[in-house]
Design a protein around this ligand. Structure first.
Ligand code: R5P
Length: 286
């Protein structure tokens, strides 16, 4: 098996290749003067099984994935598996208003054109896997995030809303602590409300766990509520740290002790490797 990483996911690709004892494909990639991308595969992968690893966020990384898929196909690969550590556009998974695209479907259909199988991590909604026209699977980062949190003497794991309760429950089992959820209402893309609710957080170390941190509004409001309820240390952990705009500042100012994310999107907070969640899915036959 051969593995190639796009620029968004070079390290994850290296980690996966190491796990699978697979060869890492050498590539050249550069920008033309007009900023268009040039890619070239340097190894002979004719008739080989190839895994392409590329997060599809932000937008230029989507184009890079399409070019990689085409380069791998043109080079004669036998089977192409696309690993997408973070799949962008997952939150536009339906038409909320008439005239809108189903963005997740549009992207999934295009990726499916030049691949045999797709693997992603904690998609925002599980049903976006059905938008691919090839077999598509997902894995969860929760076990690896929970392992990291085990070092923090966490007493309580919280989901920021009821929809994320399963995630908190799964993490709490690994950490061996309590779990609960907050009552969140989203008003719009940047405004959310957390309804007060007794969380028994007094003097406790609390970890809030979510799939995505984008504007940081959800975490900011959750931390503020926990502070009111007398929590001791507050950790926020997510699979995909988008950290848009002032997200980090908002979370820190609210009183967070530590921000933890995986490396599905590279940032200063990528403290948890995602490869151990992905590699087992590549190591078995579907
Ligand atoms: C929402 O359902 C997601 O699970 C996250 O809670 C949300 O995407 C976080 O967004 P933000 O950081 O902008 O509040």
């Amino acid at each position: 098996m051969f593995v190639v990483g796009g620029t968004a996911s070079k390290k994850v690709a290296e980690d996966i290749a190491k796990d699978l004892k697979a060869s890492l494909i050498k590539t050249i990639s550069k920008r033309f003067p007009d900023d268009e991308l040039y890619i070239r595969i340097l190894d002979n992968i004719s008739n080989k099984d190839v895994v392409i690893v590329q997060t599809t966020y932000p937008d230029p990384n989507i184009i890079e994935l399409f070019l990689l898929q085409n380069a791998v196909k043109e080079a004669g690969a036998r089977k192409i598996t696309v690993v997408i550590p973070y799949i962008g556009y997952g939150r536009q998974d339906k038409k909320f208003e008439t005239g809108e695209p189903i963005s997740a479907k549009a992207i999934a259909e295009l990726i499916s054109l030049q691949a045999d199988k797709v693997i992603t991590v904690d998609p925002h909604k599980q049903h976006i896997l059905d938008f691919f026209t090839i077999p598509a699977f997902s894995c969860s980062a929760v076990p690896e995030l929970a392992k990291y949190l085990c070092k923090k003497e966490v007493d309580l794991v919280l989901a920021p809303d009821k929809g994320a309760l399963e995630r908190a429950k799964q993490a709490s089992k690994i950490i061996d602590c309590d779990f609960d959820y907050m009552e969140k209402t989203r008003i719009d893309g940047t405004t959310i409300e957390i309804k007060p609710k007794n969380l028994e957080a007094q003097n406790k170390n609390v970890a809030i766990i979510d799939d995505i941190i984008s504007t940081g509004g959800t975490m900011e409001k959750s931390i503020q509520e926990l502070k009111k309820q007398g929590a001791k240390n507050i950790f926020v952990a997510c699979t995909h740290g988008l950290f848009a705009g002032e997200a980090i500042k908002k979370i820190i100012s609210a009183g967070c002790n530590e921000i933890i994310s995986t490396d599905t999107i590279k940032s200063d907070f990528s403290k948890v490797k995602i490869a151990p969640c992905i590699s087992p899915l590549l190591d078995c036959k579907y």
